[in-house]
Design a protein around this ligand. Structure first.
Ligand code: ZN
Ligand code: FE
Length: 255
């Protein structure tokens, strides 16, 4: 049976996701419960699992309301290295772990940097990875807790997934990310084309998330920090990939 991925807009610019198989669903992140519960009711789904990416309030604060709203027995899954900041978990997971979800395999990737203990969930059968505030559409999360090297390492892991992987990230920040990306690679034709598509989608009120990893590899400046053309555009030909990434991330912080 095939997966369907449902994007659920929450709060002002957050996304939760439903990973649906038949009439069963897993929820990824809970910025707020109401929009998720509405989607679950509309589709007459049974929620079996809730997957948490990281401890920030805008990704977990709807948990109690969601649990109360769906009833039944639901497994809550999150990072094994962040128990002091996460709600009570039924399953704690970390880098390299895999577990069964809706009769399919999920592989856990540690993608720390935005926070220490941020994890991503890769679901090979769905061709999807849930990245929240690590890799984002044309961007990446701010590096609050890890080092630039640590975040670069995390992004490098995600970049190595199959290019047809669907990147389900946590926020609709893409238009701002697009304006910033053009300051790094103004001459990148694929970036130019993508920026136009993003503007069109937003003018129609459409989400730009999820995105495709192949598009991120071709246009996302944070994934492209190791490329010669990006280094030379920044006059950083002789710097390490992580140092160039750090420079791009710092520029974005003050953009
Ligand atoms: Zn966050
Ligand atoms: Fe967030």
């Amino acid at each position: 049976m095939a997966f369907e991925i449902v994007t659920v807009p929450c709060l002002s610019d957050n996304y939760a996701f439903l990973l649906v198989k038949g009439q069963r669903a897993a929820v990824v992140d809970i910025p707020e419960a109401a929009p998720i519960l509405a989607e679950v009711a509309k589709r007459e789904l049974t929620v079996t699992d809730i997957l948490i990416t990281h401890h920030h309030a805008d990704h977990i604060q709807g948990l109690a309301d969601l649990l109360a709203g769906v009833g039944g027995s639901v497994r809550v899954i999150g990072s094994s290295i962040d128990p002091h900041r996460l709600p009570d978990l039924d399953l704690s997971v970390g880098q390299g772990d895999s577990f069964n979800l809706l009769d399919s395999e999920v592989r856990v990737m540690d993608v720390s940097g935005h926070t220490i203990g941020h994890i991503a969930y890769y679901v090979p059968e769905a061709h999807a990875v849930f990245t929240a505030d690590s890799l984002m559409a044309l961007g990446c999360g701010r590096v609050f807790e890890g080092t630039m090297e640590h975040m670069w390492e995390s992004l490098t892991k995600l970049a190595a997934l199959p290019p047809d992987t669907i990147v389900c990230s946590g926020h609709e920040y893409t238009e701002t990310n697009a304006r910033f990306a053009l300051t790094i690679e103004p001459e990148n034709p694929e970036l130019q084309a993508r920026v136009q598509k993003i503007a069109d989608a937003r003018s129609r009120g459409e989400a730009t998330v999820p995105s495709l990893l192949s598009d991120e590899l071709a246009t996302n400046p944070f994934l492209r920090a190791g490329l010669a053309e990006v280094k030379s555009a920044l006059n950083m030909e002789h710097e390490s990939d992580a140092t160039v990434f750090g420079e791009i991330r710092r520029r974005k912080d003050s953009f």
